[in-house]
Design a protein around this ligand. Structure first.
Ligand SMILES: Cc1ncc(COP(=O)(O)O)c(C=O)c1O
Length: 467
């Protein structure tokens, strides 16, 4: 038995993996990873895989990054953890100062959580609680876009709309208001992203006009709806949304968990609309992909609504045990150093252009409806019928074939349903981008060549299982 097999057997006896039908592993091998270096992961049998999706969108400067490793090691010598209630420490103060400095003006206070979903819970609760503290108890609902994803905890699921993840739990969810997404894949032929995003904003305007008195906040994934299939829209939507939220007295929550830290071509997506949200939620690449952490940035105005004598019970009595963990802060500080010192956002422009040129030909593929890109995220939408944009039935699991082909060729490409995408670490080389494009192209050929016979059950019409 190979070393890979041995680890897989031990694993399957005791582990239950995330976002996985465990029975799949009867036929689909698990890949035990022994080490990572740069964009490469290596399994126990010595095979290497190019991490095209940055290990679920977290890794921006490569595995085993020397700067981040060193900073964590240094921190480890001094302090691994201390609770953040009543105590503080150097890396959390420094990180908070730097986050305030690099995010849009007006976001002056940082609250930490220990994963993205928990960060979303913080923002939702803070917004609701702000209005409560301000004497507006009726404002307790949230507006969200169709096809959104904000995480897996119950309130985060409530503001999400990828039915695969949420339908089963409907009975548990908050009652939210869903507004049609500006998703530009769905724009009519000949209409620009900007025009479509503007037109779709009418739905948001209407929802705000109708419901603002009962709405605490609008929550969006700015520019890219990630788990919803890397669907993209124009920054004008965010500008219009900011104006409307101000007009109607509603908070704006930007979930930049996936898109923050350079993914869209600017450090934060909100920069492209030149706006400041009331809450900015960061996670994933915040620690360079090393340690779980989320930061929720907000304004002095929100902070002030909670600041009072203890007995008024206006405080935000929310905590996660590992809030502000020093090792995670150290990883984040090293990550911010690399952004500052290596001119990353500028250098990424050439990489993004290479991603475009390496994949542009796929737009002509008979089973590709669209190749779309925002900054360092590029997605290829496989379809059954190109002209009508008819999706493949999800049961056919076409993406899974691309995934399997890519593994054979030495790439970790994990499609979302029929959407093949690249979200590579920023330390990828132009040649590695070309290699990924080649693998994706072959995988798409293989996945779309054969017809597949499966029972079709449309319970989950927008199924985005990664495979
Ligand atoms: C936009 C967005 N929000 C929230 C989350 C949830 O983050 P976590 O998985 O750390 O809970 C994700 C995760 O993919 C995400 O993409």
């Amino acid at each position: 038995m190979s070393l890979n097999d041995q680890w897989m057997q031990r694993d399957l006896k005791v582990l239950w993996h995330p976002c996985t039908q465990m029975k799949d592993h009867q036929s689909l091998p698990l890949i035990p990873i022994r080490r990572g270096q740069g964009v490469w992961l290596e399994d126990f049998d010595g095979k290497r895989y190019l991490d095209a999706v940055s290990s679920w969108w977290v890794n921006v400067f490569g595995h085993g990054n020397a700067c981040i490793n060193a900073r964590i090691r240094d921190q480890l010598e001094n302090l691994e953890h201390v609770m953040l209630a009543g105590f503080t420490h150097e890396p959390v103060v420094e990180l908070s100062e730097r986050l305030v400095q690099i995010t849009p003006p007006g976001l002056n206070k940082v609250f930490y959580a220990d994963n993205g979903s928990s960060g979303i819970e913080v923002a939702l609760k803070m917004s609701f609680h702000y209005w409560l503290n301000s004497g507006q108890a009726a404002k307790k609902r949230f507006i969200t876009l169709t096809n959104s994803y904000h995480g897996e905890t119950v309130a985060a699921m409530s503001v999400g709309d990828v039915s695969l993840f949420t339908d089963t739990y409907k009975a548990l969810l908050l009652d939210t208001i869903k507004v049609p997404s500006p998703d530009c894949y769905l724009r009519p032929e000949g209409v620009s992203w900007e025009e479509h995003s503007r037109v779709m904003f009418a739905h948001m305007e209407q929802a705000l006009a109708e419901h603002h008195q009962e709405v605490a906040a609008v929550i969006v994934e700015p520019l890219i709806q990630g788990a919803g299939g890397m669907r993209m829209y124009h920054p004008i939507y965010l500008r219009l949304l900011r104006e409307a939220c101000d007009r109607y007295g509603v908070h704006l929550i930007h979930d930049e968990i996936a898109v923050g830290f350079g993914r869209t071509g600017t450090m934060f997506a909100c920069e492209q609309a030149a706006i400041t949200p009331d809450f900015l939620v960061l996670s994933k690449a915040l620690t360079g992909g090393y340690l779980p952490m989320a930061a929720v940035l907000t304004t002095d105005e929100v902070y002030a609504a909670f600041y009072d004598d203890y007995a008024t019970l206006r405080a935000f009595l929310h905590s996660h045990t590992y809030t502000g963990n020093p090792l995670a802060c150290a990883a984040a500080l090293a990550t911010l150093d690399i952004f500052r010192d290596d001119n990353v956002i500028e250098r990424n422009k050439a990489l993004a252009a290479r991603m475009h040129s390496a994949n542009a030909h796929l737009a002509e593929h008979p089973h590709v409806a669209e190749v779309r890109q925002t900054g360092m995220a590029l997605a290829i939408e496989m379809v059954q019928d190109k002209t009508a944009k008819t999706a493949y039935p999800w049961q056919e699991r076409r993406g899974l074939r691309v995934y399997q082909h890519a593994l054979q060729r030495g790439a970790l490409l994990r499609p979302l349903g029929s959407v093949v995408y690249f979200l590579p670490p920023y330390v990828i080389t132009p040649e590695e981008i070309d290699f990924l494009a080649e693998v994706a192209s072959e995988g798409i050929d293989i996945a779309t060549r054969e017809s597949v016979s499966v029972a079709v059950d449309n319970r989950y019409p927008d199924h985005r299982d990664p495979g």
